[in-house]
Design a protein around this ligand. Structure first.
Ligand code: G4P
Length: 529
């Protein structure tokens, strides 16, 4: 295929690569499904079903894919909307796998943060906001479940401002408080989208548009309140300032109900029109690599055993520049070795579909990619490019790993090392415990279950894990490491890259160590470090 730089730039400009993130149960899966239904079948998409109706999602989605011409897989869903091509990159539902979520956030250009109207900002919401800030990712906020009683809209705006520093820019504003929802105000144009249940329908809603006068006649109190409340948030640039959104100073805010399909079209329209498209990405030398350069991609996730029969490994890579063409031989920047892309896939899960071409912002699944690790770069052409490695995430749970079968030490070492490289868990070495007993660090304890299972099933090396009572880590330099080694209130461990961490069981022990060593800077790691 002959592609010009202009064509690559044009394809990139149409791409919107985005992740839906939230505290568990805020409605991420419901919203994802609603976005899909809406993008592919406006009019038909009424209510989407909750979890019970969604079991076996992959196969449901496969049927949906066939029926509606969209491509769906468990990692990325690509569909056109208006003039854009949206790549919705999936994140794990369980908070224990938030390290995976953090990695996915390195592969997208914006995030949709879903907030449960009755709960406001929850623990995971805050962590995710932190990660987005650290990654420089613009965030779109969606206040979900407005069909149920919840907090006041302005209280949520204040909470977001106080706890994240982000100014809210209402793109829609609710008419009627949470639980008594009549529709959405467009603050810019003073029109109302009204939502009503279909007669006899349980959750299906119909929408019509009311003018300012009509809305005031029909909902005198709620309409005036909505307009007044929204007007408090009007800034110098009006209700919306794209620069502030892209600079992560402000967050466009939407209200709705994912389960009732309310507010979805506004959100999709916004993504297509306003969400950022892929731009130049900086390499390790801080050189921006333009999207219309030669092909380059970086691996953000490895998934093993998607096809149990073959125990295969798929590396998910985000195309950063140029065009990906299946069959091309790229260079693996970390080893300098060629990497053949004969088996590249678009649709994963039970059915697979080969991908032939992909553009900046797209995600390709590279099969039999056992040489690749998260954070690795692939490129084509003469000029080598290496993107920065994935950041480390603050581990909060720690276990000591032991080989449970004395005859399997070799397999044990190999397995632990590989799982560490894949980013399944962080592998830490402690002088105190010796090389045979590495410390495993995780963001969520379910990561350890994956380790136990894979060590047994894949590496034939059953392990036992002993819980360690550390709850946080501080990054330390080598001088501090020497000073603190052997200290009874702290354990010094080394990552595989040679950097050091001090592990502490609680803030009191940290304080006491700090008092003893005032010259050592000890700050607990948070989010990305
Ligand atoms: P998650 O992926 O973020 O974990 O959330 P998920 O979509 O699974 O939704 C969690 C629960 O919240 C589900 O209820 C879902 O139906 C409900 N939900 C999602 N969006 C809305 C909304 O806009 N309004 C209301 N009222 N509920 C919503 P569940 O009881 O766990 O499952 P189900 O029995 O309803 O299927």
């Amino acid at each position: 295929m002959n592609t010009s730089d202009d064509q690559v730039a044009e394809k990139a400009r149409a791409r919107r690569s985005i992740a839906v993130i939230s505290h568990p149960d805020a409605g991420k899966s419901t919203l994802t499904e609603a976005l899909l239904l809406h993008a592919s079948a406006i009019g038909e998409a009424g209510a989407v079903h909750g979890k019970a109706g969604r079991r076996g999602t992959v196969s449901d989605w496969m049927d949906m894919e066939r029926a509606r011409g969209i491509s769906v897989n468990s990692t990325v869903i690509q569909f056109p909307f208006n003039d854009a091509v949206i790549n919705l990159v999936d994140t794990p539902g369980h908070a224990d796998f938030s390290e995976d979520t953090f990695r996915v956030l390195t592969a997208v250009d914006a995030a949709i943060m879903l907030v449960d109207a009755s709960k406001g900002l929850e623990a995971q919401t805050m962590k995710l906001f932190d990660v987005c800030r650290e990654r420089g990712l613009p965030v779109i906020t969606v206040i979900n479940k407005w069909d149920r009683p919840g907090k006041e809209a302005l209280a949520l705006v204040d909470e977001i401002a106080e706890r994240t520093g982000l100014r809210s820019m209402p793109k829609t504003w609710p008419v009627g408080e949470a639980g008594f929802f009549h529709g959405l105000l467009d603050p810019q144009h003073h029109t109302m989208q009204r939502f009503r249940r279909t007669p006899g329908g349980t959750t299906k809603v119909i929408a019509d548009e009311l003018s300012d006068e009509q809305a005031e006649t029909e909902y005198p109190k709620e309409w005036v309140t909505a307009k007044e409340e929204a007007s408090l948030l009007e800034g110098d640039e009006g209700f919306y300032d794209r620069e502030a959104f892209l600079a992560q100073e402000a967050t466009p805010m939407f209200f709705g109900s994912a389960v009732q399909n309310i507010g979805i079209e506004d959100l999709l329209g916004f993504i297509a029109d306003e969400a950022p498209y892929p731009g130049a990405r900086k390499d390790i030398e801080d050189q921006a690599h333009p999207v219309d350069g030669d092909f380059s991609a970086y691996v953000f996730k490895i998934q093993t055993g998607m096809d149990r029969a073959h125990r295969d490994q798929i590396a998910f890579a985000r195309v950063c520049s140029g065009v990906f063409e299946r069959g091309m031989v790229a260079t693996h920047a970390q080893t300098g070795k060629p990497f053949a892309t004969k088996y590249a896939q678009k649709a994963f899960g039970r059915e697979r579909e080969t991908v032939d071409t992909a553009w900046p912002g797209d995600v390709v699944g590279l099969v039999n990619a056992s040489a690749l690790r998260p954070g690795d770069t692939l490129y084509e052409g003469q000029s080598a490019v290496t993107y920065p490695r994935l950041p480390h995430f603050a581990p909060e749970h720690f276990r000591e790993a032991r080989c449970a079968d004395a005859g399997k030490h070799k397999q044990f070492r190999r397995g632990i090392h590989q799982l560490g490289e894949e980013g399944i868990v962080q592998v830490l070495h402690s002088e105190r415990r010796g090389a045979q007993h590495p410390v495993l660090g995780a963001v969520g304890p379910m990561q350890f279950d994956v380790v136990v299972e894979r060590m047994r099933g894949e590496f034939n090396a059953p392990i036992t894990l002993d819980m360690l009572d550390y709850t946080f880590a501080c990054q330390i330099d080598h001088a501090a490491g020497e000073a603190l080694t052997g200290h009874r209130d702290c354990e010094v461990v080394m990552r595989e890259d040679g950097s050091l961490l001090g592990l502490f069981p609680n803030p009191w022990k940290l304080r006491s160590v700090k008092r003893q060593y005032p010259d050592i800077t000890l700050e607990p790691m948070r989010g990305i470090a």
